[in-house]
Design a protein around this ligand. Structure first.
Ligand code: EPU
Length: 423
């Protein structure tokens, strides 16, 4: 069992950091590689993460050739020829995001069987919108033995209003609709940059998707798709994590090539706190003096609201800013578990339903803590940078799902941090 060990208290992060391609973009992009019946698809700027390996397994399991050249950060997929229609429990259970293969397999094969994704610590995460949308497009859906089975000889374009702008449901339905007969309109669709990235790849494959990045997506069905080349968009959550790391350590860090537009909700809250965030030619620079920062209230929302995937890291920043800050989590119902772990480090906080009050600026002390999910792991490591003494963070399988060389990057910025195997 690996642990990350941080000697904290005097860290001031300084320098430049490079950001990987986005995990939450590449997973649906890999699902989209199932669609083309002709030509290879090449994805570039692919991050080396355990979730990417899992998704590669899911796609390979459909009898599709997937080659991951890690030295080049490039995945090449050849989905020509007959493909299978079943995504087995073995991989789907490891990663909820694998549910996004349902739409592409169904659209291409007329039938798809995907295991129901299992439980999740951050919330209940139903998939009703994925299934209702496919039903609106004419699919018949059955659930039995833990599997979802979807059938439609040919999907039909439909108008579908999403009760909530679910990221995964928007992706699943967008991919399914590319090969449907007629036009599909998805209203109240998710608007995340990762949705735009997927639409861009689909259009390069010959699909006709418009409106990505707005709340109405229109997809005109085409007969078939072909392979394409695509660069994965930068990971705005990894970039945001380093912005917060710089802010909470009174640092001065350039986040190279970071995209202002994608990080706008986070940047506006950092600035409200008093952090100096500037756009430079080479990226976004974050400078701060923690002693001068002010507490704020933050509410997570679907994009372009404040991202739930930055909530845990931002509470770590709130913990070092003197005064009462408030975090309201509206996207997932159980995403404050990191606060319980941070309590072990001396954090004073109260949680009432979706709202956490953080009494910031108290003395934090290093402790042994456990990651409870991916973003919690980053938040705990960042807290370790500012807590006095040694912090050991365990359960790193969560971290490895979404951050490439996290501790190495922090060490390069001046943190006293290492990873050890403690068997
Ligand atoms: N929801 C429904 N019904 C559905 C689908 C979703 O009620 O059919 C609800 C969920 O229960 C949740 C909310 O809608 O309360 C948001 O879920 P969404 O479908 O938007 O999330 P997701 O597609 O499952 C992606 C990211 C998450 C990120 C969320 C929200 C990927 C692979 N995952 O999940 O990323 O938190 O969007 O932005 O893109 C992470 O990276 O740490 C992570 C959890």
């Amino acid at each position: 069992m690996d642990k990350i060990i941080i000697e904290g208290g005097n860290t001031r992060l300084q320098g430049e950091v490079t950001i990987e391609g986005a995990k939450n973009a590449v997973l649906p992009l890999l699902a989209a590689t199932i669609l083309p019946v002709e030509g290879k698809t090449v994805l570039k700027n692919v991050p080396i993460l355990s979730d990417v390996f899992t998704m590669n397994h899911v796609v390979r399991g459909l009898n599709i050739a997937v080659d991951f050249d890690e030295a080049l950060n490039q995945v090449t997929v050849d989905a020509t020829g007959a493909i299978l229609d079943t995504a087995p429990y073995e991989y789907v259970s490891q990663m909820r995001a694998s549910i996004v293969v349902l739409g592409p397999i169904l659209a291409r094969n007329g039938h798809a069987k995907v295991s129901m994704p299992g439980g999740c610590t951050i919330g209940s995460r139903p998939i009703d919108l994925h299934l209702k949308g496919l039903e609106a497009m004419g699919a018949s859906i059955h659930q039995e033995g833990g599997d979802i089975s979807a059938t439609a000889e040919k999907l039909k374009g439909a108008h579908f209003y999403m009760d909530f702008p679910s990221v995964g449901a928007t992706q699943n339905l967008m991919m399914a609709a590319t090969l449907a007969e007629g036009t599909t309109v998805l209203e109240n669709a998710a608007r995340e940059p990762e949705i735009v990235d997927l639409a861009n790849l689909l259009n390069k494959m010959g699909a006709r998707v418009s409106g990505a990045g707005t709340e109405t997506l229109t997809i005109r069905g085409v007969a078939e798709l072909h392979g394409a080349e695509h660069n994965v968009v930068q990971d705005r959550i990894e970039a945001g994590t380093f912005m917060v790391a710089a802010a909470m350590t009174s640092g001065n860090v350039l986040i190279k090539d970071a995209v202002w537009e994608h990080n706008r909700p986070l940047i506006s809250k950092l600035r409200e706190m008093g952090v100096d965030v500037r756009e430079e030619e080479a990226g976004i620079r974050v400078k701060s003096d923690v002693s001068k920062l002010k507490p704020v209230t933050v509410k997570t929302l679907p994009h372009p609201g404040f991202p739930t995937d930055m909530q845990a890291q931002f509470t770590a920043l709130m913990a070092v800013v003197k005064g009462e800050s408030t975090m309201i989590e509206t996207v997932f119902e159980n995403r404050f578990q990191h606060l319980e772990e941070m309590r072990r480090m001396g954090l004073h906080s109260e949680i009432l339903r979706d709202t956490a009050m953080i009494h910031g600026g108290q003395r934090l002390q290093g402790a042994q803590v456990m990651s409870t999910d991916l973003r919690a792991s980053a938040a705990l490591i960042l807290t370790g940078l500012v807590a006095q003494g040694q912090t050991k963070v365990g359960q790193l399988s969560h971290l490895d799902r979404g951050y490439y060389q996290f501790h190495e990057k922090l060490a390069q910025l001046g943190a006293d941090i290492r990873r050890e195997s403690e068997d």
